[in-house]
Design a protein around this ligand. Structure first.
Ligand code: CAA
Length: 392
C-alpha cells in the first residue's frame, strides 16, 4: 500500500496533475536526463514543454497563464519530476515557488500580468538573486546597493550561485537601499536580463543538478524603473524570507522525489540480485536499509504534504508556515541524502556506474541540504520558533 492516509486527501485534480507529471517525467525527461547531466547543458526543450503542460505555474491562477491549482498539487507534480531528474525539479521549483510566488504575493497587477504570465506559461525563465559572494546563510548582510535617482533605481553589486542565472529572462534581485537600517534597508526589484548593466558571470561547474544552470550575476549601473520595485522600500528582507518559506516546501518536495527515485531502484534490486545463494535483501544489513528508506520516505512525505497544507491554509488566515516549511525541508533533504547513499551501497558497483541513474541521484541529493537555507539554518529557524531563543 502506498501513501496511506495522504491518498485520501487527494482530489481528482491532484491525481490528474500527479499522473500527468509522472508520465511526462518518464516519457520526456528520463530518456534525456543522463545526457544533459553529462554535458552540463540546460534542458531548454523539456523546460518549454513543462511550461506548456502547466508545470511552471501550478499555483498561478489561469488568468495569469498558470494551472490554477493548490500547493498540494504543486508538491505532487514536483515530486514526480524529481523522482526522475532533480535538475528539472530545481528549474521548476525556482520558477514556481520563488519567482511566481514572490510576484503573486507582493507584486502589482502590472507585474503579475507581465512577468508571471510569461514564466508560468514557460515562455520565460525566472530567477531569484539573494546570495552574494560574502553573504550566504547571513543573507541580510548584503553589499549590492540600489540608489534611487528620480524614477529609477541604479543597482550595483554582485550575486552568486543563482539558479538559472545563465538563462533567466527575469530576476528578482535584493539590494540595500538604506544600509544603515541593515535588514530593514533591503528592497526587492524585478530586473530584466536584457537591460544594460545586467551581466552574467561564468557558469558554475557543480557536483550535481548539472542540467540546472548556475552562475554569478553582476550589476553595473543597472537602471531599474520604480514600477519594477517589488513591494515597498525596506520590505525586501521580509519578502526574501517569506518567499523562501514557500521555496523550502518546493525543495522538500524535490528531495522527497529524489529519495523515492532511489528507493524504487533499491526495492527491486534487493529481490533480484543474488549473492551467496540468496537475494541480497535477505541479508539483514541490506534488507534493513529498505526498512529505513521506506520509513524515512513516509515520514518525509508527512512533513512535506503537511507543509503544503499549512501554506494553503495561510491563504485564508495569513499566518506564517515557516516552521512547517523548515521541518519539511530539513527532514526531506536528509532523507534524500540517506536514501541515495543507501541506494548506491545496495547496488555496489552498479550503483557507482553511470549505467544507472543512481550515482546521479546521489550527487543531486546533496544540494537539497544546502540551497534555500542549509540544514543548519533550518535547525536554527526551528529552534528559534520553538523556544523563542535567539539561537545563532
Ligand atoms: N517570514 C517573514 N518574515 C520573516 C521571516 C519569515 N519566514 N523570517 C524572518 N523574518 C523577519 C523577522 O520577523 C525580522 O523582522 P523585524 O525586522 O520586524 O525584526 C526580520 O525578518 C529579520 O529576521 P531575523 O532577525 O531572524 O534575521 P537574521 O539576520 O537572524 O536571519 C536567517 C535569519 C534565518 C538566518 C536568514 O538569514 C536565512 O534564512 N538565511 C538563509 C538564507 C537562504 O536561505 N538563502 C538561500 C538563497 S536562495 C537559493 O538558494 C535559491 C536558489 O537559487 C535555488
Amino acid at each position: 500500500m502506498s501513501h496511506y492516509v495522504f491518498e485520501h486527501l487527494l482530489q481528482e485534480e491532484h491525481r490528474m496533475i500527479r499522473d500527468a507529471a509522472r508520465e511526462f517525467a518518464e516519457q520526456e525527461i528520463a530518456p534525456v536526463a543522463a545526457k544533459y547531466d553529462a554535458e552540463e547543458t540546460f534542458p531548454l526543450e523539456t523546460v518549454r514543454k513543462m511550461g506548456e503542460m502547466g508545470f511552471m505555474g501550478i499555483e498561478v491562477p489561469e488568468e495569469y497563464g498558470g494551472a490554477g491549482l493548490d500547493t498540494l498539487a504543486y508538491v505532487l507534480a514536483l515530486e514526480e519530476i524529481s523522482k526522475v531528474d532533480a535538475a528539472h525539479g530545481t528549474i521548476m521549483s525556482v520558477n514556481n515557488s520563488l519567482f511566481n510566488h514572490a510576484i503573486m504575493t507582493f507584486g502589482t497587477e502590472e507585474q503579475k500580468r507581465k512577468y508571471v504570465t510569461a514564466v508560468a506559461s514557460g515562455q520565460a525563465i525566472g530567477a531569484y538573486a539573494l546570495t552574494e559572494p560574502s553573504s550566504g546563510s547571513d543573507a541580510a548582510n548584503m553589499r549590492t546597493r540600489a540608489v534611487r535617482e528620480g524614477d529609477v533605481y541604479v543597482i550595483n553589486g554582485r550575486k552568486s550561485w543563482i539558479t538559472s542565472g545563465p538563462v533567466a529572462d527575469y530576476v528578482i534581485v535584493f539590494a540595500m537601499t538604506d544600509p544603515e537600517k541593515r535588514h530593514r534597508g533591503i528592497t526587492a526589484f524585478i530586473v530584466e536580463a536584457d537591460w544594460p548593466g545586467f551581466i552574467r558571470g561564468k557558469q558554475e561547474e557543480k557536483m550535481g543538478i548539472r542540467a540546472s544552470a548556475t552562475s554569478e550575476l553582476s550589476f553595473e549601473n543597472l537602471r531599474v524603473p520604480v514600477e519594477n520595485r517589488l513591494g515597498e522600500e525596506g520590505q525586501g528582507f521580509k519578502i526574501a524570507m517569506a518567499v523562501l518559506d514557500a521555496g523550502r516546501i518546493g525543495i522538500a518536495a524535490q528531495a522527497l522525489g529524489i529519495a523515492e527515485g532511489a528507493y524504487a531502484y533499491s526495492r527491486r534490486y534487493v529481490t533480484e540480485r543474488v549473492a551467496f545463494g540468496k537475494p541480497i535483501g535477505e541479508f539483514q544489513g541490506t534488507g534493513f536499509k529498505i526498512a529505513d528508506m521506506k520509513t524515512r520516505i513516509e515520514a518525509a512525505r508527512g512533513l512535506v504534504y503537511n507543509a503544503a497544507l499549512a501554506k494553503e491554509r495561510a491563504r485564508q488566515t495569513g499566518e506564517r508556515y515557516t516552521l512547517a516549511a523548515s521541518m519539511a525541508k530539513l527532514f526531506a533533504s536528509e532523507t534524500a541524502v540517506f536514501c541515495t547513499w543507501a541506494a548506491v551501497q545496495i547496488h555496489g558497483g552498479m550503483g557507482y556506474s553511470r549505467e544507472l541513474p543512481i550515482e546521479r541521484f546521489y550527487r543531486d541529493a546533496k544540494i537539497t541540504e544546502i540551497y534555500e537555507g542549509t540544514s543548519e539554518i533550518q535547525r536554527l529557524v526551528i529552534t528559534r520558533l520553538e523556544t523563542g531563543l535567539r539561537l545563532l
